[in-house]
Design a protein around this ligand. Structure first.
Ligand code: 9MJ
Length: 673
């Protein structure tokens, strides 16, 4: 398109379409077209504006991308001061507020209020002249704020041009810029991955993002906006109800919270508060309370202001979700999978409606990233029913003698070695078979169908057995007697007999099953099968170090480390020895591999003479482990004769039949292969 007039027409059409889709998407949450169509319109507009730079206007939707960095923000005085709200922290205080309103107005009936969620972001003033966005200013101290116009332009839910008709020549819209929870979490996750500072909460993240001197950074932050009122407005009168003003703002393209409700009297307000409190965690944004506003504007004017707050509104706050307190100690809890969780022992503090003296620190990565030290003053967060957590450290209050937190070398529950894989966040106890913290989970797994398959030994019974002190390790399962079991609650003689029979049956098992049953980290059924086939015996596997383990096909450094750490732990070895003493056994070779599996499968071997490096038995074992067969005499079916020194008559027989003859060196090479 080269004709300037055509271009101008098309540019206007595109801007209208894009503004319309913006409104559908951001204000109504009800888009009409897929994102791709929206992107296409924007691209076309960008191309045209590149071709005709003279047609670019400040309200064009292309102007949201963010301007070059500022050295500092300019200050702007609010023509109408931006007031804050009085707070109410209890139902009583809300009733008192309503009473004061009625007394001042000499009103006996119920007052009509608009009830709104109170977003936890930052208040902002948006000035529109003839419907065009001119200026965005933070609340600042209420009289003067910072000029964040360039940054505000990057927020998609703020229209750069008002829609429809009838808006005043000058319209100052007020509302809250905030960061939705999801965007906040994604932002923090990215920051953590890059080892950058994370934001303590969505409010800080929103404020930090809006007050960026480089608007290009703001443009990348997921900020949104809800309008909740007006400031300075030119002559043309707005409606006489707050609810109607909001409806107008919505029609002009501003985003209004759909949770806003008209309610009556103090009881209506309190009902709304309870509804929102219940809904709070399900909302996609953080709120710190609700706001009640007298709906009739004439009544608002009659009520007027005190100091910095209107008499016609009040913020009913939820109990604070964050509080400051002192970290007295860090202890480590061991979970049922052996994971060590650092737990903060705190000076008790009232937060989120309860007294908190313990909070999670998640894992050592978090402790290190947040640089939490004992003696520090920390921010504790308790949101809804979520476990309280240490959200961050108040570095300014760090005492000289604050102590770093160290991961213990030994499990605090069982004393086994603790390992933390390189680069891993989670440290674990390696005493899986022995550790009381992991006991129930392990016993349940040990008895499960694909492990030792002890029918009837499920989660509930495991709980009972552990609680009664009858079973501490899996070895104890094999000492259980009918009278002991029959004595348990909900366990009859018959069930006890059945269970003892099932345990008896489980004594005879297979090596892969047994390995899987041990619950070694990283060792599932397939890996158990591979290890059993490769090593043939439990003894051989237990003797293998990490290097040897890594030679096994499909075993990488992570599995090798987990297996080695498990068998290195003397506690585990003791339990395994006790299990075997209790009569658990398996055929060392047969039954440990699938028929036909292994690199030597289908090959028949005969051994003769003396091998220097191993006994004939051991050699046979190696062959069988790899899937081959060993027979006592040479026949046409024999594939290889392994001949040591001083071979017997088998050598001649093999030569006669044309059987391949391997000396010890060649045999070892074959095994290596
Ligand atoms: C927030 N923060 O969501 C007001 N607010 O009204 C709502 N704040 C407010 N209203 C007058 N919904 C001053 C502040």
């Amino acid at each position: 398109m080269t004709n300037r007039r055509d271009a101008e027409r098309r540019i206007h059409a595109l801007r209208d379409a894009i503004n319309h889709h913006n409104y559908r998407y951001y204000a109504l949450d009800d888009p009409e077209v897929p994102d791709s169509e929206y992107d296409r319109l924007l691209q076309e507009l960008r191309a045209l504006e590149r071709e005709f730079p003279g047609l670019v206007t400040p309200d064009s939707p292309t102007q949201r991308v963010g301007a070059a960095p500022l050295r500092e923000f300019g200050e702007i005085r609010h023509e109408v001061p931006m007031l804050s709200l009085d707070n109410a922290f209890s139902e009583e205080e809300v009733r008192a507020f309503d009473r004061r309103v009625r007394e001042r107005l000499e009103e006996n009936g119920e007052i009509e209020y608009m009830a709104e969620p109170k977003l936890d972001g930052l208040a902002i003033s948006l000035v529109y002249e003839r419907g065009v966005f001119m200026r965005g200013v933070t609340r600042g101290d209420g009289s003067t704020g910072e000029d964040v116009t360039q940054n505000v332009r990057t927020i998609s839910s703020i229209p750069l041009r008002l829609m429809g008709k009838g808006f005043p020549m000058l319209l100052e819209v007020r509302g809250e810029v905030y960061m939705p929870r999801e965007g906040f979490e994604a932002l923090n996750q990215r920051a953590a991955q890059r080892n950058e500072k994370t934001f303590a909460n969505p409010r800080n993240a929103a404020a930090g993002s809006l007050r960026q001197l480089d608007a290009r950074i703001t443009a990348e932050r997921p900020l949104e906006f809800f309008a909740y009122g007006c400031g300075k407005v030119s002559a043309a009168a707005l409606p006489q109800r707050h609810s109607a003003v909001l409806a107008h703002l919505r029609a002009w393209g501003l985003r209004i919270n759909s949770e806003n409700r008209a309610v009556r009297g103090a009881e209506g307000c309190l009902g709304y508060y309870r509804d929102m409190a219940a809904k709070r965690t399900a909302l996609p944004y953080q709120i710190d309370g609700v706001v009640y506003k007298v709906d009739r504007v004439d009544l608002q004017q009659k009520l007027g202001f005190v100091a910095r707050a209107p008499r016609w509104a009040v913020a009913h706050k939820f109990p604070a979700e964050e509080a400051m307190t002192v970290l007295r100690a860090v202890e480590f809890q061991v979970g049922r999978t052996g994971a060590l969780t650092p737990v903060a022992r705190l000076q008790p503090v009232f937060v989120g409606g309860a007294t908190v003296s313990n909070a999670t620190l998640h894992n050592m990565d978090e402790v290190e990233r947040k640089d939490v030290r004992v003696g520090d003053t920390v921010m504790v967060r308790r949101a809804g029913d979520v476990i309280p957590e240490v959200a961050g450290v108040v570095l300014a209050k760090r005492p000289r003698d604050a102590k770093r937190v160290h991961l213990p070398h030994k499990c605090p529950v069982c004393g086994s070695e603790v390992v933390r894989p390189e680069g891993g966040a989670v440290a674990r106890c390696t005493g899986g078979l022995y550790c009381a913290a992991q006991r129930k989970e392990l016993i349940r797994h040990f008895a499960s169908r694909r492990a030792l398959d002890i029918e009837g030994l499920g989660e509930k019974l495991v709980d009972q057995l552990v609680k009664a002190g009858l079973v501490a390790t899996v070895a104890d399962i094999f000492t259980l007697t009918v009278p002991q079991l029959a004595g348990l609650e909900r366990m009859g003689e018959k069930s006890a007999l059945n269970l003892v029979a099932a345990i008896e049956k489980a004594r005879h098992t297979a090596l892969p099953r047994f390995l899987y049953a041990l619950g070694i980290r990283e060792v599932g059924e397939a890996t158990a099968e591979t290890l059993a086939r490769h090593f043939g015996t439990l003894q051989a596997l237990m003797a293998a170090d990490e290097n040897v383990l890594q030679q096994v096909p499909d075993v990488g450094p992570v599995v090798a480390a987990a297996v080695a750490a498990f068998f290195r732990e003397p506690h585990n070895r003791e339990v395994i020895s006790a299990v075997r003493k209790a009569g658990v056994h398996w055929p060392e070779q047969s039954g440990t591999r699938l028929p036909g599996a292994g690199p030597l499968s289908g090959r028949s071997f005969v051994l003769t003479g003396t091998l220097s490096g191993m006994t004939r038995e051991a050699a046979g074992e190696r062959i069988r482990t790899l899937g081959g067969k060993v027979s006592g005499s040479v026949s046409k079916k024999t594939d290889f004769l392994v001949a040591g020194s001083e071979p017997g008559s088998k050598l001649a027989a093999a030569q006669k039949l044309g059987v391949t003859i391997l000396d010890e060196r060649a045999f070892l090479d074959l095994l290596q292969e």
